[in-house]
Design a protein around this ligand. Structure first.
Ligand code: ZN
Length: 357
């Protein structure tokens, strides 16, 4: 090139590159500006880049190859530069669209899936309602209990099998009164009697724990509710009338209830409450093992030793208590066969359970 002489005209390729680099460094602020710039450089008819190639034939033959190569390199640089400007513009446009996205009010709404109460909660609330109507109040207690409240004050002898580690989940066996996860809701009876004395009319619903292996009818965590009445001259007749009224309200009028003597340390006399089988109406089926009756609750008159442990004089006061499993009631009311369904949180199961009327 140096040989082309001191007066050769300014190099059009170099000039075009200089002006393109300046323009592309400034960038474009709109689609229209971008299209105008692109057309000015690359436009088929009047574009500056195609124009570079028009002059090639007027060059001396020995310069043509060199010129053509440089023009092609310039064309590539300009095309790439314009492509980059286009990408930058597209990004800016899409960010602007997101920032100012208008709400399309004609689109259908998204359905929000509402949760529902767990069947055990529904059963607990139903039972609470029934007892509240009968004048009971609802009491609560800790799930981590002392041996005193869970066993000792309830008249469990020190060697009673229920204290065995097979049933009880201990947290601290070395404490003066060992700490454990309560195995029943009865410690709430003790706490309420010690706190409020007599007379008393409470229910205590809640979660309880046993060291059980899981199967269709056993869970290490389950739910109980128990009722306690302490007053003057409370007898087994009051217990029977109350369980009849309660189970009639829960399972329907005409529900038959009977009381069979049995033993629990904290009641004297103790009783199993049995209910006419819901599944066969007393005719006998597999669920009731052919007897027509199902055990539904444990009950009895409060043992004098339990009243004494709570500072209540058993000469002056007497009481009854009964307790039942909420999970079992849920199985019966909703008629499903396996307790594990209650604890697996499977929405396909839970969503089938309508609220109890
Ligand atoms: Zn039956």
């Amino acid at each position: 090139m140096a040989g082309s002489g001191p007066v050769s005209s300014p190099d059009p390729i170099a000039q075009l590159l200089v002006s393109f680099r300046e323009e592309s460094a400034r960038g474009v602020s709109s689609r229209a500006e971008f299209e105008a710039l692109k057309g000015r450089y690359l436009g088929r008819e009047k574009g500056l880049v195609p124009a570079l190639f028009l002059g090639v034939r007027e060059l001396p033959p020995e310069e043509r190859a060199g010129y053509g190569a440089r023009a092609n390199a310039a064309k590539r640089e300009i095309e790439e530069g314009i492509a980059r400007l286009g990408e930058t513009l597209a990004r800016a446009e899409s960010e602007r669209r997101e920032r100012t996205a208008a709400v399309d009010v004609t689109l259908p709404g998204r359905r929000t899936r509402a949760g529902s109460l767990h069947p055990v909660t529904l059963v607990r609330r139903r039972i609470e309602e029934i007892f509240l109507r009968m004048g009971y109040s609802i009491a609560d207690g800790p799930e981590i209990e002392s041996d005193f409240h869970n066993f000792e004050a309830l008249n469990f002898p020190p060697e009673h099998p229920a204290r065995d580690a097979q049933d009880t989940l201990f947290l601290d066996r070395k404490a003066e009164s060992p700490l454990l996860l309560r195995t029943h809701t009865s410690p709430v009876q003790i706490r309420e009697m010690r706190k409020r004395g007599a007379p008393l009319k409470i229910i205590a619903p809640g979660r309880v724990y046993r060291n059980e292996s899981v199967d269709a009818t056993h869970q290490p965590v389950f739910h109980q509710v128990e009722a306690l009445v302490v007053d003057k001259e409370i007898s087994m007749a009051d217990l029977k009338g109350t369980v009849e009224a309660f189970f009639g309200a829960l399972f329907g009028a005409g529900t038959r209830v009977r009381i069979i003597p049995t033993f629990f340390p904290f009641v004297e006399p103790g009783a199993d409450v049995q209910m006419g089988c819901l599944f066969c109406n007393g005719a006998g089926c597999r669920t009731c093992k052919g007897s027509g009756w199902m055990e539904i609750a444990g009950a009895g008159e409060v043992h004098p030793a339990v009243l004494r442990a709570c500072g209540i004089d058993p000469e002056e006061w007497s009481g009854f208590a009964f307790g039942l499993g909420l999970d079992r009631v849920a199985m019966m009311l909703y008629e499903f066969p396996d307790l594990r369904l209650l604890f697996e949180g499977d929405e396909r199961f839970l969503s089938q359970l309508a609220p109890l009327s």
